[in-house]
Design a protein around this ligand. Structure first.
Ligand SMILES: Cc1cc2nc3c(=O)[nH]c(=O)nc-3n(C[C@H](O)[C@H](O)[C@H](O)COP(=O)(O)O)c2cc1C
Length: 372
């Protein structure tokens, strides 16, 4: 029986364990989007801390796709070069380097969370002096602002949509050159791809809006483009919001997520990373331990694809139970990895019966601390 310390095999990739660092924005670049020492230490220490997969934060496929001017990006070779030593360090520690590829859509051009997170207009600058830009949306009139004024928005036309697909494809190629072994397409949390999925934010009447097939077209095109350039022996993940948490209206829900997961599996996606919400300020998110796990579980039982669970996982035993009970194939841990960068080592210490195996999982430099 699989447990959270057992390897996960996807195509030719095998992870050390089934614990992943969930993607978490650091907003710590200069406006050039290049990885910094912060990213190297932040991601590197979680690799030292025993995570089987270390995923970057949402990494913008184009400058307009950044949430804030300080987001990480991968829209040029220089960006790939800045990420390369980080991916290499993660791999040297026994972790699998993964990258989340993102476009923020209508949630782009904002100040950082600790600077108010309100839109920066194209003719304005945020507190750091960085400029804003016009943001893309499937249907600007449907935009539900979470905070502050409306940003300056443009309705994505067919050329914009082609540009987004091409940007994802080029970003995947560069991610590969940088040494990442998993590409995750970010289609959750109200960002561009999720905006197209949900009837709340997509009111289009062209080939990219309306029916389920049309609302899912952009995500499918992006995934197809990424899969085309990503090697056959390496996995592709997609993060979705399993539901908008807007049951009082026509919205994106778990049954559409299951249907989408089936389509994505057919396109060569290896794992669906099931998060939720982020689209609308009136969302009713339950919160608490394992709050999104029932969504992951539903996708896992109904679609023929591996599933990652995320949200409210703080204890090794809890993560282990999710895998042992067949509720998820992979457990992504976010905030607990910020509290404890060594969560992976803690899990092996708490769950592994063989002390020699525990010691082997510690970096050699730290091994004297593993032997209590
Ligand atoms: C500081 C911070 C930044 C985040 N940035 C991202 C991101 O870049 N991409 C993403 O898909 N989710 C992002 N999330 C969501 C997390 O990946 C995770 O899904 C969420 O925090 C729930 O998991 P947790 O309860 O283990 O923290 C972020 C969360 C936090 C706390």
């Amino acid at each position: 029986m699989a447990d959270v310390l057992s390897p996960l095999s996807l195509r030719d990739l095998e992870t050390e364990n089934r614990i992943a660092v969930s993607p978490m924005c650091q907003y710590s670049c200069e406006p050039d989007g290049l990885a910094t020492e912060w990213h190297r230490v932040h991601l590197g220490s979680r690799a030292v801390g025993g995570a089987g997969i270390v995923m970057t934060e949402a990494t913008a496929v184009s400058p307009e796709g950044r949430i804030t001017p300080h987001d990480l990006g991968i829209w040029s070779d220089e960006h790939a070069a800045a990420l390369e030593p980080i991916a290499e360090f993660v791999r040297d520690q026994g972790g699998v380097p993964a990258i989340q590829l993102a476009h923020a859509g209508h949630k782009a051009s904002k100040e950082r969370p600790w600077e108010g997170h309100v839109p920066i207009q194209p003719d304005g600058t945020g507190p750091s002096g960085a400029s804003g830009w016009e943001v893309l949306s499937p249907s600007p009139d449907a935009y539900p602002p979470f905070a502050g004024d409306r940003p300056a928005m443009r309705k994505a036309d067919v050329d914009d949509i082609r540009g987004v697909v091409d940007a994802y494809r080029a970003a995947a190629e560069r991610s590969l050159e940088a040494g990442f072994e998993i590409a995750e397409v970010h289609a959750a949390h109200g960002y561009l791809l999720h905006e197209f999925l949900s009837p709340v934010t997509n009111r289009r009447e062209d080939d990219y809006g309306g029916s389920f097939e049309d609302r899912t077209r952009l995500v499918r095109e992006v995934v197809h483009a990424v899969r085309e350039v990503w090697p056959d022996d390496q996995p592709v993940f997609v993060r979705i919001s399993g539901t908008d948490w807007l049951d009082d209206r026509e919205s994106w829900d778990i049954e559409q997520s299951v249907r989408l997961a089936d389509h994505l599996a057919d396109l060569g996606v290896d794992l669906i990373d099931v998060s939720s919400g982020g689209l609308h300020p009136e969302q009713a998110v339950p919160g608490g331990p394992n709050f999104q796990v029932p969504l992951a579980e539903r996708v896992r039982e109904a679609a023929d694809v591996a599933v990652g669970a995320v949200g409210g996982v703080t204890e090794p035993e809890q993560a282990d139970a999710l895998v042992r009970n067949g509720r998820a194939d992979l457990v992504l841990v976010g905030r607990e990895f910020l509290r404890d960068p060594y969560f992976g080592l803690r899990a092996s210490g708490d769950l592994e019966r063989d002390p020699d195996a525990v010691a082997r999982q510690w970096p050699v430099q730290y091994r004297r601390a593993a032997q209590r």
